[in-house]
Design a protein around this ligand. Structure first.
Ligand SMILES: NC(=O)c1ccc[n+]([C@@H]2O[C@H](COP(=O)([O-])OP(=O)(O)OC[C@H]3O[C@@H](n4cnc5c(N)ncnc54)[C@H](O)[C@@H]3O)[C@@H](O)[C@H]2O)c1
Length: 210
């Protein structure tokens, strides 16, 4: 399986898996989200699963994080999830699924990423809140919280000493491959997880702060 964040490659993958629709979406733009979800629902009949995956990081020590960086990360990583969850409500089916992508950073207030850690911890609270709101419709809302994945995102945003720290804390002594998130995502999207809601599923190779 191939993974990419590049538009052309995303379109290539979409064609490989015969995706019906490939639409561009900026999670900062509520009207665009509304338009895209409407288009998806019109085309597919309804929406069964929403995965809130968009995320950015602007690493900085707490005393160096600027207002701009703070606002940017909260806007995309937390408010973006809030907006998408609200806008999917008219279209998501009963017994549907919402999967919010969190982060190990949000579970332990990750060092050097104050805005990111707060946004991702916020996602965990939002997940609980929304799971309660949607429970009567049988819609399960969960957070999939990856540890460190060996990809470009990590290369660009993680300091070498933090990488070493995570490796030290991991019983598996390695970072995740992107594909190692897939099983958990499929499980959370499937009927096999029909009694699992308001949870954070940590796919982090056993990393925890000791
Ligand atoms: N890479 C890791 O180690 C790691 C660890 C924990 C959590 N995560 C989370 O996993 C998710 C995916 O990250 P990734 O590692 O694949 O990195 P990535 O940079 O490849 O993916 C992030 C995606 O978010 C999209 N995005 C950014 N701003 C957006 C916006 N305003 N509107 C819509 N889309 C936007 C980007 O285009 C990109 O496709 C993110 O939420 C990230 O926080 C990643």
């Amino acid at each position: 399986m191939t993974y990419s964040t590049k538009k052309e490659e995303a379109e290539k993958i979409a064609s490989e898996i015969n995706a019906e629709l490939v639409l561009h979406l900026d999670v900062r733009d509520r009207l665009k989200i509304r338009q895209v979800f409407k288009e998806v629902a019109n085309s597919c009949g309804a929406i069964n699963v929403l995965v809130n995956n968009a995320g950015i990081n602007r690493p900085a020590d707490f005393d160096k994080q600027t207002d701009e960086e703070w606002d940017e990360v909260i806007d995309v990583d937390l408010s973006g999830v809030f907006r998408c969850c609200q806008e999917v409500l008219p279209y998501i089916v009963d017994n549907g699924r919402i999967i919010n992508i969190g982060s190990l950073s949000g579970e332990y207030g990750g060092p050097r990423t104050p805005s990111y850690a707060v946004a991702k911890m916020g996602i965990m609270a939002l997940t609980h809140n929304l799971a309660r709101f949607l429970g009567e419709r049988g819609i399960c809302v969960n957070c999939l919280s990856p540890g460190v994945i060996a990809n470009e995102f990590t290369e660009k945003t993680m300091a070498p000493d933090i990488k070493e720290l995570v490796l030290f804390l991991s019983p598996l002594k390695r970072f995740a491959k992107v594909g190692e998130m897939v099983g958990a995502a499929i499980f959370l999207a499937s009927d096999e997880s029909s009694y699992l809601t308001a949870q954070t599923l940590s796919v982090n190779g056993g990393v925890w702060v000791r």
